[in-house]
Design a protein around this ligand. Structure first.
Ligand SMILES: [Zn+2]
Length: 256
């Protein structure tokens, strides 16, 4: 089966909604529609018909388009079982280790708490694609609204273990500000500095920085490197537990 065609749909101020389209069957899923109109426009522009909605977590900037899209297209909503009380209208509920069909392609579900307690991520191996909402960002991670450092580090460690060529489709275009922070805590990282320069070039040209590649995140994202002795040393915590290093980096980002 050919890989899914994946379209970025900018929404709200800095969200990315994704359309996932199988050219063979016409199946088309939308991931995290924070609003419906740009999704409807993107579908119409391509002559595609929506067949499924997928949510990673309950925040309104990822779910507020659900109702209008369900009403217009009559399609099922897939979302995290743990959020049945906070996401209305779920038809298919998924949890850790489940396999669910997304636009007709097998997606493996990982529970990735930290940003919210019920957050899930969807890995679609045949398209080398990860939809991780607000858990992992290009050069960053989500704010820790509901989870603990222990949970969040475990979630990021799970995603980090996916194939290194995995494309990271995250929920927001935050990369340039994430890069400034990353350089502030890891300024000796030559790969990071080169990547930050490339991000500046892309944003100056009004180009998206998403998706990124997991291998690049592994080398340059400070939140994925909390167990790297060089990262611990860079924040003055040589020898400290990775969870403590992660918590410190997260705290510094909150205050950046
Ligand atoms: Zn969120």
């Amino acid at each position: 089966m050919a890989a899914l065609e994946i379209v970025l749909v900018p929404a709200l101020s800095d969200n990315y909604v994704y359309l996932l389209h199988d050219a063979g069957t016409g199946a088309t899923a939308v991931v995290d529609p924070g609003e419906a109109p740009p999704v409807e426009a993107a579908l119409a522009a391509r002559g595609w018909t929506l067949t499924q909605i997928v949510n990673t977590h309950h925040h309104h900037d990822h779910t507020d388009g659900n109702d209008a899209l369900k009403a217009k297209y009559g399609v099922p909503l897939v979302g995290p079982r743990a959020e049945s009380a906070r996401i209305a209208g779920m038809d298919v509920m998924v949890g850790d280790g489940d396999t669910v069909q997304v636009a007709g392609h097998s997606a493996i579900v990982y529970e990735t708490p930290g940003h919210t307690t019920g957050h899930v991520s969807f890995h679609i191996p045949d398209s080398q694609a990860l939809f991780c909402g607000d858990t992992l960002f290009a050069l960053g991670c989500g704010r820790m609204f509901e989870g603990t450092p222990t949970q969040f580090w475990k979630s990021l460690s799970t995603l980090r273990a996916l194939p290194s060529n995995t494309k990271i489709y995250c929920g927001h275009e935050y990369t340039q500000s994430n890069a400034r922070f990353a350089v502030s805590v890891d300024g000796g990282n030559a790969k990071l500095k080169a990547r930050a320069a490339e991000i500046d070039r892309l944003r100056a040209a009004k180009q998206p920085t998403v998706p990124s590649i997991l291998a690049d995140e592994f080398d340059t994202n400070p939140f994925l490197r909390a167990d790297d002795p060089a990262m611990a040393a860079a924040v003055g915590m040589a020898g400290a537990d990775p969870i403590a290093v992660f918590a410190e980096i997260r705290k510094r980002k909150d205050a950046f």
